[in-house]
Design a protein around this ligand. Sequence first.
Ligand code: BMA
Length: 333
Amino acid sequence: MNRVNKKQTVKGEAIANIPWEEKPADCKTVVWRSKRNPIISRDLLLNSNSIFNSAVVPFDGEFTGVFRCDNKARRMVIHSGRSKDGINWEIEEEPIQFICQDEEIGDFEYRYDPRVCWIEDRYYVTWCNGYHGPTIGVGYTYDFKEFYQLENAFLPFNRNGVLFPKKINGKYAILSRPSDRGHTPFGDIFYSESPDMCYWGCHRHVMSPVNGWQSTKVGAGPIPIETTEGWLMIYHGVLTSCNGFVYSAGAALLDLDKPWKVIHRTEPYILSPQTLDECVGDVPNVVFPVAALCDAPTGRMAIYYGAADTVVCLAFTQVDDLIDFVKSNSIVR
Ligand code: BMA
């Protein structure tokens, strides 16, 4: 069935070949998993220990992306990759080498959890960049062959830098999550803006942890999607169990002009670690969404997420159903 998004909820492009599987008849959840999970195995590269938490965008009628590949020396680096269908990927064996005018910035300790965001004329890449502790690295590319690195957005310690896909009130806008050096036991999402992608300020608080699956920390996931109901933000939330952290995902709607104002936010998760891929791996009990494609004409969404810090998985939803779910299961009323 080719459902048409009559409401035209999403202000975005058509991705006619978006990866898609119909919702199984017996599925009772708003998000459902691909039958082909994991779509990227941990050993796709000769030297990969694990490939997870990776970003995908449409490119030239096909798909491209930036992939977190931890190698067999357990160094965390990012690689570019391409795919005709968004499911079967060819990832470059060599990590991305950024062209950078300043040695001090270009020399890195580690790079992980990339996001990719098209703004105006190029693809920006943000990632967790090791510079005397984790901070937000920023770069850009036009073709996914040459990558240029800019200044880090923030001082350490910070993670989960997620750009908005257009300027808001004339400024670039980013979500981030100030942290510590280690496995941070806290985490709120903040909003910051910049006139030039270099100097970031006007920091605003977006959301804090609340009870349940999102009680320890929260962090932005994929690039927010602009809809008539607000910015649709999928985010991760962490619960501290007797057996360590459990990473699940929820969704929120943020004000279009003042995105630090949360309109709705889900009380239940929309995805939590339940399958073998998600519960067993290098870090058990983790689903970590990093990219979401949306085909505006049909409202089909494909969500890419890392599972158990080991493999890349895919899940699906329909944007109007997800927005209805966020509204009717909201903590904010
Ligand atoms: C976070 C990040 C993610 C990872 C998660 C679970 O702090 O390091 O890359 O998926 O922990 O280990």
